[in-house]
Design a protein around this ligand. Structure first.
Ligand code: BG6
Length: 500
């Protein structure tokens, strides 16, 4: 049951001076505030190690809004809800003072004991913070207590389990909100609606009519200033274990019996359980890794991954992954789901292409030609929309076909930007809707799938690295992966909404 649409709560943000808080969390809270989705009775405590006076912190929040939202409407009033507490997360004494502030604000704003603890900081502290919040009695007895955790949730299955066990000593599964910001994206949420609210798709959504599915999430940026983290992660852990597999689960799940958190999550879990595990040679037959070389990205010369800051000059870390995922269940047997993601690729784009099987007999073309297959393209970002590729008659005397695209663009309908993923997810969390957060079972199964691949790649040094130029769409092996099956990647640029 989803709670109050205008929730009241005390939001404590650990990592309050960090990048995520400044770029995403404060602007998202401001948007909610401006849209009147937050009750006037709310307060935010920023927690970080640095010593800051309350007004310095409020000034930081103000700057974040000015920079990322660009307006100052009601800004003074908004920032007046922000408080600051300097804390060393591993010092239990410090939580005592934090508790005093929490209790004081709870009473002052009449927050009914509703508490959100948002951990926007390095993962090695997640367990310690959760435990201290519990032991130092920062959880309330009367309202709700919710712990929001950023990724990465572990490094592999054993470390994720250890972390989860630690956190679960302090918070129940229902109280834990594991962020996967892809689940907050408008068009990722739309996958379910496109599938289950349209009579024309669901009957075709299976191995009788779909030949393959392609999920591409490409980035133009390199590793930027995250070399230290990324070296130990790579694209497989950074993108595939979470965002890519979440999209696969939404594409492949059975219709839930009800649109509620437990039913939807349980259908996604079934998909993740049905992923065909890979071992031995199957790994290199099904997954390809890449690392970017220097090149030209968006007209600018850029350096190779190995030349980036905090990156080993001989690094074996992948910045690109392409893979073929098979789902061993009745609906999907035999249908490859290809995924690819990487940094320093041609364009910033996330798209899903559902390719339908060819019609059994080609009536309309000369024998050497083939008809274009029907495609359903779901544009996740930066465009938001769907395109259906069909064949129609070319106007004129003869019966010849020509491809057409039926296009729906979210932006042109709404005439405005859809809310940021973080805004939606924060609002969901405040309302107690955990549907778009990852349940532990999903996290565990995703790691179980990814671990053997990560292990194999760690154990064998990839001698071809760097194997793709910045500005390209990854290594040639990624194309060969599909060619072996008689397919090819649908070029993301050709599928852009403006090219339709
Ligand atoms: C994050 C990854 O989870 O997702 C980043 O850690 C990546 O490396 C980012 O750049 C991509 O998100 P988006 O929303 O820009 O596609």
């Amino acid at each position: 049951m989803i709670e109050n649409q205008k929730p009241t709560a005390l939001i404590t943000i650990f990592g309050a001076t960090g990048d995520l808080a400044n770029r995403k969390l404060y602007p998202s809270l401001y948007h909610l505030y401006k849209k009147d989705k937050l009750d006037q009775k709310f307060a935010v405590i920023g927690v970080a190690r640095r010593e800051l006076m309350p007004d310095q912190f409020q000034e930081q929040v103000r700057q974040s809004i000015l920079e990322h939202v660009g307006t100052n409407e009601n800004l003074d009033e908004f920032v007046s809800h922000f408080y600051y507490h300097s804390l060393d997360v591993s010092n239990t004494e410090h939580y005592h003072d934090l508790k005093n502030l929490v209790d004081e604000l709870d009473a002052h704003y009449q927050l009914n004991g509703n508490r959100v603890f948002y951990l926007a900081m390095a993962p090695q502290f997640f367990g310690t913070i959760a435990e201290s919040l519990y032991k130092q009695q920062l959880k309330s007895d009367n309202g709700f207590n919710r712990l929001v955790i950023e990724k990465p949730f572990g490094h592999d299955y054993p470390s994720a389990k250890e972390l989860n066990d630690h956190i679960r000593l302090a918070f129940s599964e229902d109280e834990i909100y594991r962020i996967d910001h892809y689940l907050g994206k408008e068009m990722v949420q739309n996958i379910e609606v496109i599938r289950f609210a349209n009579a024309i798709f669901e009957p075709l959504w299976n191995n009788r009519f779909i030949s393959n599915i392609q999920v591409t999430s490409s980035e133009t940026l390199g590793v930027e200033d995250r070399g230290r983290y990324y070296e130990g992660s790579g694209a497989l852990r950074d993108m595939v274990q979470n965002h890519m597999l979440q999209m696969v689960a939404l594409l492949a799940m059975e219709p839930p019996i009800r649109l509620n958190t437990n039913e939807i999550r349980s259908e996604k879990v079934k998909v993740l359980r049905a992923l065909r595990p890979l071992e031995g040679d199957e790994i290199s037959n099904s997954f390809v890794r890449g690392q970017y070389n220097a090149g030209v990205s968006k007209g600018k010369q850029v350096k190779s991954y190995r030349e980036e800051e905090h990156v080993d000059s001989n690094s074996n870390t992948e910045t690109f992954v392409a893979g073929k995922i098979m789902i061993d269940n009745f609906r999907w047997a035999g249908v490859p789901i290809y995924i690819r993601t990487g940094k320093r690729l041609t364009e910033k784009s996330t798209k899903i292409v559902v390719q339908f099987k060819d019609i059994p007999m080609n009536l309309y073309m000369k024998t050497e030609e083939t008809l274009n297959p029907n495609l359903l393209v779901i544009h996740i970002q930066p465009d938001e929309g769907i395109t259906l590729h069909l064949n129609v008659k070319k106007s004129g005397q003869f019966v010849e076909t020509t491809p057409v695209k039926l296009n729906f663009s979210n932006k042109s309908v709404d005439g405005m930007n859809t809310p940021e993923a973080y805004e939606k997810l924060l609002y969901d969390c405040l309302r107690g809707d955990a549907t778009n957060f990852a349940h532990w079972d999903e996290v565990a199964l995703s790691w179980t799938y990814v671990d053997p691949i990560a292990k194999a790649w760690e154990q064998t040094k990839e001698s071809s690295f760097p194997n793709y130029s910045s500005g390209s769409m990854g290594p040639d092996e990624a194309d060969k992966l599909l060619e072996k099956d008689g397919f090819h990647w649908w070029p993301v640029t050709d599928l852009d909404v403006e090219n339709c």
